[in-house]
Design a protein around this ligand. Structure first.
Ligand SMILES: O=C(O)CCC(=O)C(=O)O
Ligand SMILES: [Fe+2]
Length: 170
Protein backbone atom coordinates (compact mmCIF):
# COMPACT_ATOMS: atom_id res chain seq x y z
CA UNK A 1 0.00 0.00 0.00
CA UNK A 2 1.20 3.51 -0.79
CA UNK A 3 1.89 5.77 2.13
CA UNK A 4 -1.11 7.96 2.75
CA UNK A 5 -0.61 10.66 5.38
CA UNK A 6 -1.75 14.26 5.51
CA UNK A 7 0.76 16.95 6.47
CA UNK A 8 -0.57 20.38 7.43
CA UNK A 9 2.21 22.96 7.92
CA UNK A 10 1.30 25.92 10.13
CA UNK A 11 -1.76 24.15 11.55
CA UNK A 12 -1.47 25.89 14.93
CA UNK A 13 -2.35 29.57 15.25
CA UNK A 14 0.12 30.20 18.09
CA UNK A 15 2.73 27.42 18.18
CA UNK A 16 5.17 29.50 20.26
CA UNK A 17 2.62 29.67 23.11
CA UNK A 18 2.13 25.89 23.03
CA UNK A 19 5.92 25.40 22.99
CA UNK A 20 6.22 27.69 26.03
CA UNK A 21 3.48 25.80 27.85
CA UNK A 22 5.13 22.44 27.18
CA UNK A 23 8.38 23.69 28.69
CA UNK A 24 6.55 24.21 32.01
CA UNK A 25 5.27 20.61 32.21
CA UNK A 26 6.66 17.89 34.43
CA UNK A 27 8.02 15.07 32.35
CA UNK A 28 8.22 11.36 33.02
CA UNK A 29 11.88 10.40 32.85
CA UNK A 30 11.21 6.65 32.92
CA UNK A 31 12.12 6.11 29.31
CA UNK A 32 15.74 6.34 28.28
CA UNK A 33 15.26 7.52 24.68
CA UNK A 34 13.04 10.52 25.49
CA UNK A 35 10.66 11.95 28.09
CA UNK A 36 6.88 11.53 27.99
CA UNK A 37 3.66 12.81 29.57
CA UNK A 38 0.09 11.53 29.10
CA UNK A 39 -3.24 13.37 29.33
CA UNK A 40 -6.87 12.40 28.97
CA UNK A 41 -8.06 8.81 28.62
CA UNK A 42 -4.95 6.73 29.34
CA UNK A 43 -3.35 4.96 26.43
CA UNK A 44 -0.86 2.26 27.40
CA UNK A 45 2.28 2.91 25.51
CA UNK A 46 5.49 0.89 25.30
CA UNK A 47 4.17 -1.23 28.16
CA UNK A 48 3.94 1.83 30.40
CA UNK A 49 0.75 2.54 32.26
CA UNK A 50 -0.46 6.11 32.58
CA UNK A 51 -3.03 7.19 35.14
CA UNK A 52 -5.91 9.30 33.85
CA UNK A 53 -5.08 12.98 33.99
CA UNK A 54 -7.30 15.71 32.56
CA UNK A 55 -6.12 17.45 29.42
CA UNK A 56 -5.07 21.00 30.32
CA UNK A 57 -6.90 23.72 28.35
CA UNK A 58 -3.74 24.53 26.38
CA UNK A 59 -3.64 20.97 25.01
CA UNK A 60 -7.43 20.68 24.66
CA UNK A 61 -7.23 23.68 22.31
CA UNK A 62 -4.60 21.91 20.19
CA UNK A 63 -6.76 18.77 20.21
CA UNK A 64 -9.61 20.94 18.90
CA UNK A 65 -7.47 22.12 15.98
CA UNK A 66 -6.43 18.53 15.21
CA UNK A 67 -10.10 17.47 15.33
CA UNK A 68 -11.04 19.96 12.65
CA UNK A 69 -8.53 18.34 10.29
CA UNK A 70 -9.25 14.73 11.33
CA UNK A 71 -13.03 15.02 11.30
CA UNK A 72 -13.38 13.47 14.77
CA UNK A 73 -12.48 14.37 18.35
CA UNK A 74 -9.47 13.22 20.37
CA UNK A 75 -9.50 12.24 24.04
CA UNK A 76 -5.88 11.30 24.66
CA UNK A 77 -2.67 13.20 24.29
CA UNK A 78 0.71 11.57 24.64
CA UNK A 79 3.46 14.16 24.69
CA UNK A 80 7.09 13.41 23.86
CA UNK A 81 10.04 15.59 24.74
CA UNK A 82 13.23 15.32 22.66
CA UNK A 83 15.74 17.45 24.51
CA UNK A 84 18.35 17.14 21.76
CA UNK A 85 18.88 15.30 18.49
CA UNK A 86 20.24 12.41 20.57
CA UNK A 87 16.71 11.69 21.82
CA UNK A 88 14.89 9.35 19.47
CA UNK A 89 11.92 7.09 18.87
CA UNK A 90 12.58 3.69 17.31
CA UNK A 91 10.58 2.10 14.50
CA UNK A 92 7.11 1.07 15.65
CA UNK A 93 3.51 0.97 14.57
CA UNK A 94 0.89 2.68 16.71
CA UNK A 95 -1.38 0.11 18.34
CA UNK A 96 -5.10 0.23 17.64
CA UNK A 97 -5.92 -1.93 20.67
CA UNK A 98 -7.09 1.22 22.48
CA UNK A 99 -8.02 3.73 19.75
CA UNK A 100 -11.37 3.67 17.94
CA UNK A 101 -11.27 1.67 14.68
CA UNK A 102 -10.90 3.98 11.70
CA UNK A 103 -9.81 6.95 13.81
CA UNK A 104 -6.68 8.91 12.92
CA UNK A 105 -3.56 9.48 15.01
CA UNK A 106 -2.41 13.12 14.91
CA UNK A 107 1.15 14.28 15.54
CA UNK A 108 1.61 17.97 16.36
CA UNK A 109 5.23 19.21 16.37
CA UNK A 110 6.72 22.08 18.37
CA UNK A 111 10.26 23.38 18.39
CA UNK A 112 13.12 21.97 16.35
CA UNK A 113 12.26 20.21 13.10
CA UNK A 114 12.78 16.45 13.31
CA UNK A 115 12.33 13.96 10.51
CA UNK A 116 9.69 11.27 10.80
CA UNK A 117 10.80 8.26 8.77
CA UNK A 118 8.24 5.82 7.40
CA UNK A 119 9.42 2.36 6.45
CA UNK A 120 7.30 -0.14 4.53
CA UNK A 121 6.88 -3.44 6.36
CA UNK A 122 8.47 -5.07 3.32
CA UNK A 123 11.55 -2.92 4.13
CA UNK A 124 11.66 -1.89 0.46
CA UNK A 125 10.34 1.61 0.82
CA UNK A 126 11.38 4.54 2.96
CA UNK A 127 9.75 7.98 3.09
CA UNK A 128 11.13 10.89 5.12
CA UNK A 129 8.89 13.68 6.39
CA UNK A 130 10.44 16.66 8.18
CA UNK A 131 7.93 17.87 10.79
CA UNK A 132 8.12 21.63 11.29
CA UNK A 133 7.19 23.78 14.30
CA UNK A 134 3.40 24.18 14.46
CA UNK A 135 2.67 21.44 11.93
CA UNK A 136 0.14 18.61 12.09
CA UNK A 137 0.48 15.14 10.58
CA UNK A 138 -2.46 12.75 10.32
CA UNK A 139 -1.97 9.00 9.99
CA UNK A 140 -4.71 6.46 9.34
CA UNK A 141 -5.19 2.99 10.82
CA UNK A 142 -4.36 1.67 7.34
CA UNK A 143 -1.00 3.47 7.49
CA UNK A 144 -0.16 1.60 10.71
CA UNK A 145 -0.93 -1.73 9.09
CA UNK A 146 1.59 -1.30 6.26
CA UNK A 147 4.22 1.10 7.55
CA UNK A 148 6.26 1.64 10.69
CA UNK A 149 7.64 5.02 11.69
CA UNK A 150 10.53 6.39 13.73
CA UNK A 151 12.24 9.62 14.77
CA UNK A 152 15.94 8.91 14.21
CA UNK A 153 18.92 10.63 15.73
CA UNK A 154 19.72 14.06 14.31
CA UNK A 155 22.95 15.99 14.81
CA UNK A 156 23.06 19.49 16.25
CA UNK A 157 19.33 19.79 16.87
CA UNK A 158 17.67 21.42 19.87
CA UNK A 159 14.52 20.89 21.90
CA UNK A 160 11.48 19.45 20.18
CA UNK A 161 8.10 18.30 21.49
CA UNK A 162 5.53 16.15 19.78
CA UNK A 163 1.92 15.79 20.86
CA UNK A 164 0.23 12.63 19.62
CA UNK A 165 -3.55 12.67 19.83
CA UNK A 166 -5.77 9.60 19.76
CA UNK A 167 -9.46 8.82 20.16
CA UNK A 168 -10.22 5.87 22.41
CA UNK A 169 -12.76 3.25 21.40
CA UNK A 170 -14.82 3.24 24.59
O1 LIG B 1 7.54 12.41 17.94
C1 LIG B 1 7.01 12.05 16.88
O2 LIG B 1 6.87 12.79 15.91
C2 LIG B 1 6.51 10.62 16.75
C3 LIG B 1 5.61 10.23 17.85
C4 LIG B 1 5.06 8.84 17.69
O3 LIG B 1 5.26 8.19 16.72
C5 LIG B 1 4.23 8.28 18.76
O4 LIG B 1 4.10 8.91 19.84
O5 LIG B 1 3.68 7.19 18.55
FE1 LIG C 1 3.97 6.47 16.64
Amino acid sequence: MDLYVRYVPGALSDPDAVFGFLRTLEWDEGMRARQTASFGTPYDYSGRHHDPRPMPPELAAVAGTASVHAGHGFDNCLANRYETGANTMGFHRDSYAGPAPGSAVAIVSLGATRTLVFRGLDRQRRVEMPLAHGSLLLMTEETQRHWSHAVPRADGVGLRFSLTFRLSAS
